[in-house]
Ligand binder design. Structure first.
Ligand SMILES: CCCCCCCCCCCCC/C=C/[C@@H](O)[C@H](COP(=O)(O)O)NC(=O)CCCCC
Ligand SMILES: Nc1ncnc2c1ncn2[C@@H]1O[C@H](COP(=O)(O)OP(=O)(O)O)[C@@H](O)[C@H]1O
Ligand SMILES: [Ca+2]
Length: 584
């Protein structure tokens, strides 16, 4: 196959002559200049060629084609370091080539297009795009039409665009409407919009497979359609953690070339009913309170989280709870190993092997997907009880612009596990130190009141007497660092048998909505504060407090490739400047 696609000839770029070679996997051109001994070769992987057009083509400020007989234009991915962000910015590179004859020009365009088809099998041809016009700074529509649509057009992708008119419209569409002919689904918005696509696609796939999503023991069917994210939200955590930058052009280019990144998903259940799915933050206590408070200030846009974060921090709350978790195999990886899950991650690759290819009848990736679930009886559950500032579970690092390394910097995107972070009640300054470390490279787990565990499943319950939500004296939430003072016990028990400590405090019933509406500063000025927090599930407030969570390895696939290791990437320009032939 490779030899069929090989083509080599002289080509001109401007008035300079180049030797151009297409090997199948790569398209290279090297300047032919006898005086220039330091011959620089530009090498573009065929998989990163965005489009090939006859003539001299530009696409900005609008598409213009100078339809000359002997010219062709190649558009491809160029990388730039992105300053503040961890990942690399992708931009559209463009080179206009001239050939000595029309026949050679036609040979080049034909070979390049054939190579593209052969080496990029997952490139989408038709996409279903949902734009949330109200996400983030409300720029979703503009971002799509001015930046993304021209790139899709250049790449020959046709899209059906739906600008949403209500919450959950995208989810419902994916659950009920005809999806035939689409290769992927794209959201233009934030983590909430991504979550709608996630729920729609997972639900649809299970319906079609005849599987029941309510049962946490059921092995779910991986979704056949890829998800693309054009970031236009407030936190944009899923995009940041899978691409490394918040940049619509970079994300559009990952979609165009058909990148594929599997992602673990956590299903959240209560009493054998599915409550929600989560990929990034499932957080009780601080993060739940921040979300509940922020909903009242949506008009502030993304700033609502900074404001609410400050208010919730000042309210100085902690909550009683019992956490049961099923640890993952410590031989596979550890949340404290100070590694990063980067593009081509070996831990995730080994997990693919374990999740999909180990069963006896391993055939296709999807058909052998029923060997991954470890039932309660197989593992050794651990139970801890006490007062927590926050309890968080994340299937990935959950890095975002606010926290460039994320909630759990060494978590993996696709290893079939999640990281459980327990922050015990502590002094306000201690908690501030924990939060502050998320903004730097300091280890937020290296604190005496913080624990992190790599897990396959988690259960959260309230101490007996606190099953109903209520209020208690603020005195009971005051800071405590040592185990005796905070009054928790840790038990290791088989088959989920648990030992509980009775908790003190008086309760009064309330609903999750009431909890969310509790004046946040009551921790500072009043004697009562809620005894129960809410769960923040990827930006949604869950209606339940006692939950049962299970990680499903590699349940969905994104048009992404994980964060690229800058050191390992060669064609990366130092800074993003105006000198190169970039279009966007
Ligand atoms: C003293 C400095 C404190 C800085 C604390 C930084 C901690 C940041 C960790 C953020 C993890 C974010 C995980 C993602 C959550 C999103 O799903 C969710 C909804 O996003 P969106 O749909 O875009 O609105 N975002 C949040 O819950 C915001 C959490 C902010 C916490 C301060
Ligand atoms: N047209 C709409 N009107 C109101 N809410 C919407 C609409 N479209 C989507 N939503 C909801 O808005 C929420 C927030 O959207 P998102 O795009 O994540 O923005 P942000 O990151 O600013 O929260 C999502 O949970 C989604 O369900
Ligand atoms: Ca994971």
């Amino acid at each position: 196959m490779e030899t069929d696609l090989r083509l080599e000839s002289s080509l001109w770029v401007g008035n300079k002559r180049y030797r151009a070679v297409l090997t199948g996997w790569h398209f290279n051109w090297t300047e032919v200049d006898k005086k220039n001994r330091d011959k620089k070769t530009i090498s573009v992987p065929v998989a990163e060629v965005v489009g090939v057009e006859e003539g001299r083509v530009e696409i900005l400020p609008q598409k213009s084609v100078e339809d000359t007989d002997k010219d062709f234009t190649v558009f491809y991915v160029k990388r730039f370091s992105s300053g503040g962000s961890y990942g690399l910015l992708w931009r559209l590179g463009r080179t206009q080539f001239s050939c000595p004859s029309r026949a050679l020009r036609d040979q080049w365009t034909k070979h390049l297009r054939t190579a593209l088809k052969t080496h990029s099998p997952l490139r989408p041809h038709r996409l279903l795009v949902f734009i949330n016009p109200f996400g983030g700074k409300k720029k979703g529509r503009k971002i799509y039409h001015s930046v993304v649509a021209p790139l899709f057009e250049l790449a020959g992708i046709s899209s059906h665009v739906i600008v949403t008119e209500r919450a959950n419209q995208a989810r419902d569409h994916l659950l009920k409407k005809d999806l035939a002919g689409f290769d992927g689904v794209v959201c233009v918005g934030g983590d909430g919009m991504f979550s709608e696509l996630l729920h729609g696609l997972i639900g649809r796939t299970q319906q079609e497979a005849g599987l029941c999503e309510n049962d946490p023991a059921v092995t779910l069917q991986p979704c056949p359609l890829h998800i693309g994210i054009i970031p236009a939200g407030s936190t944009d955590c899923v995009c940041y953690a899978t691409v490394g930058v918040i940049d619509p052009v970079t994300s559009a280019l990952h979609i165009i070339i058909g990148d594929s990144q599997p992602l673990d998903v956590c299903s959240v259940h209560q009493a054998s009913s599915l409550v929600h799915y989560s990929v990034s933050l499932l957080g009780y206590g601080f993060y739940g309170d921040v979300l509940a408070e922020s909903e009242k200030h949506r008009w502030m846009g993304p700033l609502r989280y900074d404001y609410s974060g400050t208010m919730v921090y000042l309210s100085n709350r902690s909550y009683a709870g019992i956490v049961h978790y099923l640890p993952a195999d410590p031989q596979d990886s550890s949340p404290r190993d100070r590694t990063r899950c980067l593009s081509g991650c070996s831990v995730c690759s080994r997990s693919t092997e374990r999740l999909f290819h180990q069963s006896s009848d391993s055939g296709s990736l999807y058909s052998s997907h029923n060997s991954q679930y470890t039932s309660d009886s197989e593992g050794e559950w651990v139970t801890v009880e006490g007062r927590f500032r926050c309890v968080s579970l994340t299937c990935m690092s959950s890095s975002c612009p606010k926290s460039p390394l994320g909630l759990s910097p060494s978590a993996h995107l696709a290893d079939g596990t999640g990281d459980l972070i327990l922050v015990w009640d502590t002094h306000p300054l201690g908690f501030l130190k924990f939060l502050y470390r998320h903004t730097s490279t300091q280890d937020q787990f290296d604190l005496p009141f913080v624990e992190v565990h790599r897990v396959k499943a988690v259960r959260f319950s309230l101490p007996s007497g606190k099953e109903e939500e209520g209020y208690e004296d603020m005195g009971a939430t005051s800071s405590a660092i040592d185990d005796e003072e905070r009054g928790y016990i840790e038990t290791v028990s088989r088959n989920g048998s648990q030992q509980y400590l009775a908790e003190r405090g008086t309760e009064r019933r309330t609903t999750n909505e009431q909890k969310a509406a509790t004046p946040i500063l009551c921790g500072l000025c009043c004697s009562k504060a809620p005894a129960v927090s809410v769960w923040n599930c990827d930006g949604e407030i869950l209606p339940n407090t006692e939950i049962d969570c299970r990680i499903h390895g590699q349940l969905v696939r994104l048009y992404a490739r994980g964060i690229e290791d800058r050191a390992a990437v060669h064609n990366c320009s130092e800074e993003h400047d105006n000198k190169c032939e970039r279009i966007f």
